[in-house]
Write a protein that binds this ligand. Sequence first.
Ligand SMILES: Nc1ncnc2c1ncn2[C@@H]1O[C@H](COP(=O)(O)OP(=O)(O)OP(=O)(O)O)[C@@H](O)[C@H]1O
Ligand SMILES: [Mg+2]
Length: 248
Amino acid sequence: MSADEFEGDSVVKVTDLVAGYIPGVNILNGCSIEARRGELIGIIGPNGAGKSTLLKAMFGLVKVHSGNVVVRGQDITGLKANKLVSRGVGFVPQNNNVFPSLTIEENLQMGLFQAPKRFAERFDFVSTLFPELRQRRAQRAGSLSGGERQMVAMGRALMMEPAVLLLDEPSAGLSPVKQDEAFLRVHEINRAGVSVIMVEQNARRCLQICDRAYVLDQGKDAYTGTGRELMKDPKVIQLYLGTLADTA
Ligand SMILES: Nc1ncnc2c1ncn2[C@@H]1O[C@H](COP(=O)(O)OP(=O)(O)OP(=O)(O)O)[C@@H](O)[C@H]1O
Ligand SMILES: [Mg+2]
């Protein structure tokens, strides 16, 4: 069955994932999450919980010891990143997510190197979400602000028309105003039909905009529910949200 024929509701299903960087040291300890069609999924949890490792393991960048990752009905566990992109997975890492010496347009071309003929069509789509990228297409990515780079990185990942976009801390390092903008953009990407799995440090904002979320702790999904449910859950508040949650 090809991915295009898959009619089910589940876009990504991660089951009991065990993974790590060094043999014998597991960072993910049986982590399970799922994103269904059209969902915006949040992943929150303390520093070092394994949030980035989870996205990297899903994207073939960390060795998976057991468990699996299924995308639109196909087992993609351990496939390399270039294969995953053609299976409908887009990834924007936490750091170093643009090619600074290349222009915006060249960065977007890099996202589509497996299907260069679709450039005009996909550039149109990406520039409806991020009009700034079209206006400044000839500018080098290295000269952009943090928020602008984040847009280039998301734009690049969207060029291949992913079914699911994995975002690692899209608001990190941005001013409060730019953070609001980043969350708005993520929401727009999701409304345009892309399922999104977003790791966020800003837990409260993340829970406000996501459909469902998972709290990761020590490499496992410790709690799950709708954003609204988790924001009101006393255990989640006490352990992960602090007093900020009271003002939600
Ligand atoms: N390249 C690496 N090699 C070895 N260990 C690593 C590597 N990257 C991360 N780790 C370890 O894996 C654990 C989980 O790290 P990870 O980056 O997934 O956490 P995180 O939840 O994303 O944290 P943060 O909120 O700080 O981004 C940490 O103990 C970290 O030291
Ligand atoms: Mg991280």
